[in-house]
Design a protein around this ligand. Structure first.
Ligand code: 5GP
Ligand code: ZN
Length: 138
């Protein structure tokens, strides 16, 4: 399914031309318009899925191998020292384009900003309460 109002559907399917790092029947890998670092790319499925909760297993299972291959190319081809694989789901998680995508961000060891969160402490009681809620929902 494609969504006529979705910019990533148009980019993934070549309706809007864009520099393409990789393409096959299921995915197109494009460069982020506002890169965190040089070489920041997005893996887009060609079909429209709003986020990971909608992604069929056969599409989901192709994403990590592709991310690994691209990450390896960032190390050898761009001289990156590492890379982040980032995937946001929902506005609360920072998702701004509601067509599933995975960011691959090369890291050169010179960036000040990281993909960060503030580490908190958690009690054993709270942890088991959280685990119980999650297990029931699985
Ligand atoms: P999100 O915050 O949803 O995980 O990431 C969306 C990403 O898409 C952002 O990093 C943003 O720069 C990128 N982006 C938004 N619109 C376009 C576009 O039209 N073309 C490209 N190449 N990237 C886009
Ligand atoms: Zn879409």
């Amino acid at each position: 399914m494609k969504d006529d109002n979705c910019i990533f559907c148009k980019l993934a399917n070549g309706v809007i031309p864009t520099t393409t790092l990789y393409e096959d029947d299921s995915y197109r890998v494009i460069f982020d318009a506002n890169p965190a670092t040089e070489g920041h790319v997005l893996i887009l499925p060609k079909e429209h899925y709003a986020n990971l909760t909608e992604l069929p297993d056969e599409i989901a299972s192709g994403v990590m191998p592709l991310a690994g291959k691209i990450g390896k190319a960032m190390l050898s081809g761009l001289g990156a020292k590492g890379f982040n694989v980032v995937q946001n789901n929902g506005e609360a998680a920072g998702q701004t384009v509601h067509h599933f995508h995975t960011h691959i961000i090369p890291r050169y060891g010179t960036e000040k900003e990281m993909v960060l969160w503030k580490p908190n402490e958690v009690s054993a009681e709270k942890l088991s309460e959280t685990c119980e809620k999650l297990r029931k929902a699985l």
